[in-house]
Design a protein around this ligand. Structure first.
Ligand code: GDP
Length: 323
């Protein structure tokens, strides 16, 4: 595996081409590539200090890429090496809004101390999450000490991202009624830091009011005695408050402490292992020839009301076990 040896050396030296090729390898779902990826990951040197892994989520248009551009630039100017990854199983490279798109972060894209990788466009959420978490290990071995994982604030993907980062930052807006929807969707329960974005110009005062209301609502959700995530305001566009948001992210990490962080990451690994197993089982179920053979018949009988759901499930499972 001379190729893998080259990649390991290139990554250790922080060479961008090697990092890029390694990420392409871990994104591949071909069995031979997966074996090679495992071999590669086993040989990478983990950083001495745990990196800072931060998830950044929010609805489309909330200003994620503008914010990451502002934050990333500040971090590289302060001497950090910043990796930006994205989790968006619905993304398509031909579509308009691709997460982690370099054209949406023009300055960071040409910053020598930053590495931006758009979301893999194909595959299930589980597959994308596998690729992203392995890409994170590649970046960390290449001495990127801050990894930002961008995701859209809809659906299941932010839960997945929360499971692979140390701190989960949720961006929201003042005027959309978004904060209440957020509570409903449970996003606010996984958020460690919340920022009301676009707090600039005529909307600044409004954003501050929204942040105060949201902080109040969160104290209700979390209960009086419990800790509630901080709510701050910022503007990715002007850069105002971006340092404060980062300060809250680091404060959250400090609160976890060394042992707390290690424990969080260990539990994430266990949860992730099971998530990957469930994903793989679903793929196998979909591909199973005996299941395919009974699928149509079961479908028709259930739709005609001739077969109860419970029996239908038993028949599908029996077909699967035959394989
Ligand atoms: P994303 O879809 O969440 O990545 O959002 P973008 O970063 O692409 O921003 C969506 C739109 O909001 C763009 O037109 C931005 O110029 C604008 N925008 C982003 N951040 C800010 C901000 O802090 N203040 C204001 N006023 N506009 C912003």
């Amino acid at each position: 595996m001379a190729d893998v040896d080259d990649l390991v050396d290139g990554i250790a030296a922080g060479r961008r081409a090697a990092v890029s090729r390694a990420i392409t390898l871990v994104e591949s779902s071909r069995p031979e590539h997966r074996a090679e990826a495992r071999h590669l990951l086993a040989r990478l040197t983990a950083p001495g200090e745990p990196t800072v892994r931060v998830g950044i989520s929010g609805l489309p248009g909330v200003g994620k890429s503008t914010f990451i551009e502002a934050l990333g630039g500040r971090l590289t100017a302060a001497g950090h090496r910043v990796g930006v990854l994205a989790v968006d199983p619905s993304s398509s490279r031909t579509g308009g809004s691709v997460l982690g798109d370099k054209t949406r972060m023009p300055d960071l894209a040409v910053d020598q101390h930053a590495f931006i990788r758009p979301s893999p466009s194909a595959g299930t959420l589980g597959g994308v999450a596998r690729a992203t978490s392995q890409a994170m290990l590649v970046l960390e071995a290449a001495s990127y000490d801050v990894v930002l994982v961008e995701t859209v604030g809809v659906g299941q993907s932010e839960i997945t991202v929360a499971g692979m980062v140390d701190t989960f930052l949720f961006l929201t807006l003042a005027r959309t009624g978004d904060q209440l929807q957020g509570i409903k969707r449970g996003i606010l329960e996984i958020a460690d830091v919340i920022a009301v974005n676009k707090a600039d110009g005529e909307h600044e005062a409004e954003a501050r009011v929204a942040a105060r209301e949201l902080a109040g609502a969160l104290r209700m959700v979390h209960g009086k005695a419990a800790w509630a995530p901080p709510v701050v305001t910022c503007s990715g566009l002007t850069g105002a408050g971006v340092d404060e948001v980062w300060g809250e992210v680091l404060a959250h990490r400090d609160r976890l402490g060394v042992a707390g962080l290690a424990d969080r990451r260990a539990h994430q690994q266990l949860d992730f292992a099971w998530a990957l197993v469930r994903d793989e089982l679903e793929q196998r179920l979909r591909r199973s020839a005996p299941v395919r053979a009974v699928r149509e018949q079961v479908r028709e009988q259930v739709l005609r009301g001739e077969l109860p759901a419970v029996e239908a499930a038993d028949r599908i499972l029996a077909a699967y076990d035959e394989a």
